[in-house]
Write a protein that binds this ligand. Structure first.
Ligand code: ATP
Ligand code: MG
Length: 397
């Protein structure tokens, strides 16, 4: 670990929150503390739209700390920085020593300075000029390029200290959890629903997960796959309660009593009804699915209207306007793609009709459904859901 090295994290939209800003900042700090706690002691403090994260123990794994900060919603950018005494000579020295590896590799550079401590005797242009001159003398491989430099050396003179760092890394963006409230994501083992979960968590939603399993048609391994996916999502979203719903009876009932071409749409309406019950039991105010318009028969506008009719609460479909390629790009970024590809069956793929209806009429669906007394079955499925709590790897419980 490098001496005096800290992490500076820029907070994003949180700064727009006016009077609520303090609450948002507090949540963000709490989330950072929770994720960093297993790595050792840190001081985490906010000042001037930046959060300063200072390791207090020796031998803290700063790569891992950065990776965790990079997965915390509410942070737009972050960087590792070196804290220096507010003395121009020491700042120059620190810039060359701390950034030596990067400066040796680069061909061009520039220095940008920010002085928020107005008592510091040099203005920003002077700081940049002095530090820039010193770097150019020390590293003959470098030329100054103010427009498109390989490396931008940043000097920030703040209240407590000065900080030197290089280019910042993009953060996870979004808003701190749980500023957006709680919602229940319907999670399958596919590519889409983990991405949908991640996208809503990004907007500050705290997730509860609902998974429908139909043993013996679906296996335990299929369920474990979903748990693995949620564990990956939880690195961003934090702790997730997952409810596994026994869905076999409902599916068998639909298969024996309802017309085949409406099987999928009726099944999806049943999923919504059961999910609504579970969501209400756990104070979720919305449902989330990984649907994308037109992707399959059950995701046409007509089919979505049919499923929404029985949801009884807002249904968020963050992927609705996205192409598969765009969804895959996010699943690769959040590292769920490989796991999603594992070939285990989902309850949606058992009893699939040969010719599903793509333009179901609501009246027709309602009538077809009425062949079964659903209330008890829905109740039984919701109450029979088994809870598993998912935590990010190496985290506080
Ligand atoms: P995914 O990649 O998420 O599986 P998909 O394109 O395969 O999506 P469908 O199988 O039609 O689409 O499912 C649409 C959505 O319904 C999923 O994104 C998910 O939100 C929900 N869903 C599907 N299967 C299940 C399940 N077994 N348990 C809970 N939710 C499910
Ligand atoms: Mg699926």
């Amino acid at each position: 670990m490098i001496k005096n090295e800290i992490i500076l994290a820029k907070i994003g939209e949180v700064v727009l929150k006016g009077l609520n800003r303090k609450n948002f900042e507090d949540l963000l700090i709490k989330n950072i503390r929770r994720r960093l706690y297993p790595l050792g002691a840190f001081e985490v403090k906010a000042s001037q739209s930046t959060i300063r994260i200072t390791p207090l123990d020796e031998d803290i794994d700063m790569d891992e700390a950065c990776s965790r900060v990079g997965k915390t919603f509410g942070i737009v950018a972050y960087c590792r920085a070196c804290a220096v005494e507010k003395d121009l000579e020491k700042i120059k020295q620190a810039a060359c020593e701390y950034l030596e590896d990067e400066l040796l590799l680069a061909k061009s550079f520039k220095v940008e300075s920010k002085r928020s401590d107005k008592k510091f005797p040099y203005g920003s242009p002077e700081i940049s000029k002095e530090v820039g001159g010193f770097i150019a003398d020390t590293f003959p491989n470098l030329t100054v390029d103010v427009h498109n430099p390989d490396i931008t050396v940043m000097v920030e003179v703040r209240d407590m200290a000065a900080y030197v760092h290089a280019n910042a890394v993009e953060g996870a963006g979004g808003l701190p959890i749980p500023s957006g409230g709680r919602a229940a994501v319907l999670i399958s083992g596919g590519i889409d629903s983990p991405v949908a979960a991640y996208m809503m968590a990004k907007r500050g939603i705290e997730l509860t997960a609902i998974h429908f399993a139909s043993p013996p048609y679906t296996s335990e391994r299929a369920e474990e796959k979903v748990q693995t996916l949620l564990k990956l999502v939880s690195e961003y979203a934090g702790r997730i309660e997952m409810y596994t719903v026994p869905f076999t009876k409902i599916q068998e009932e639909i298969k024996s009593k309802c017309p085949e071409d409406l099987f999928t749409i009726i099944m999806r309406r049943m999923m919504m009804r059961v999910s609504k019950k579970i969501a209400e039991q756990h104070e979720c105010m919305a449902l989330i699915t990984g649907e994308s318009l037109g992707q399959v028969a059950s995701q046409t506008l007509g089919a979505i209207a049919c499923t929404d009719e029985v949801a009884g609460m807002p249904v968020f479909r963050p992927l609705i306007g996205m192409d598969k390629k765009e969804i895959i790009a996010i699943s690769e970024k959040i590292n769920t793609f490989e796991t999603s590809l594992l070939p285990y069956e989902d309850c949606c793929t058992v009893f699939t009709p040969r010719h599903p209806r793509t333009k179901p009429k609501i009246e027709m669906v309602r009538k077809a459904e009425s062949a079964v007394l659903w209330d008890e079955l829905i109740e039984e499925a919701a109450n029979g859901a088994k809870c598993t709590v998912i935590y990010p790897a190496d985290s506080v419980r």
